[in-house]
Design a protein around this ligand. Sequence first.
Ligand code: BGC
Length: 257
Amino acid sequence: MAGRFAGKVAIVTGSSSGIGQSIAIRLGSEGASVVVDFLNHPENADQTKSQIEAAGGKAITLQADVTKPAEVQNLVEQAHAQLGGCDILVNNAGVEKHAPFWEATEADYDLVLNTNLKAAFFLSQRFVQKLMEAKKPGRIINISSVHEDMVFPNFASYCAAKGGMRMLMRDLAMELGPYNITVNNVAPGAINTPINKSLLADKPKLDALLRNIPLGRLGEPEDVASLVAFLASDEAAYVTGSTYFVDGGLIRNYKEQ
Ligand code: BGC
């Protein structure tokens, strides 16, 4: 298939819904063969796959609990075995848990840190090992959050994970630059996806948030996917080591009290 990503293979974790689904569809529609990773809902992953196929692309679906290094690394093995390699990695799978800091549980901490950060660490590691063996260039794009930089009261574990992702990206950009592997973060603000289900159902809370967003609306998954596609493309060959916010200006907000 023709397109910006013709001949390329991409893994997108958590691509059965939300931002990940939109990224997988975008990359697949522009020619990449895509590994659609999911945890619980094969039927949703199948939808991602069908939409890629409808656009003329190719995709496979794979189940993985990304908190387990062996399972997440298997995505790379399968990309090589079934699709002939892997050039683009999008570490998207994420979860957040709401609790005041003094009530947060160890189980929730482990889930949040392992899903958002440990998964990206070990998946990137296997992705990079394979690229080094093949002496090929590559692209790593982490979906972090405005909260890699901005406070988010009652979500301390999420902030710790996303802040960790910010420094992981910066470090890897240095270590992997000599191998022509670029590493960047895309940091969404409030996007219209299932992770924001309770917010979307709470009109006063939603309105208060919208007042903090200079562009005055939530983002759509496609707003994030187009930036990811740029970073994954040849046009971004000289871009590494930075975070790109796609947040309607949320992080720059200033209000007189
Ligand atoms: C979180 C959302 C939140 C948004 C803006 C995202 O990273 O997942 O729950 O609404 O940041 O605060």
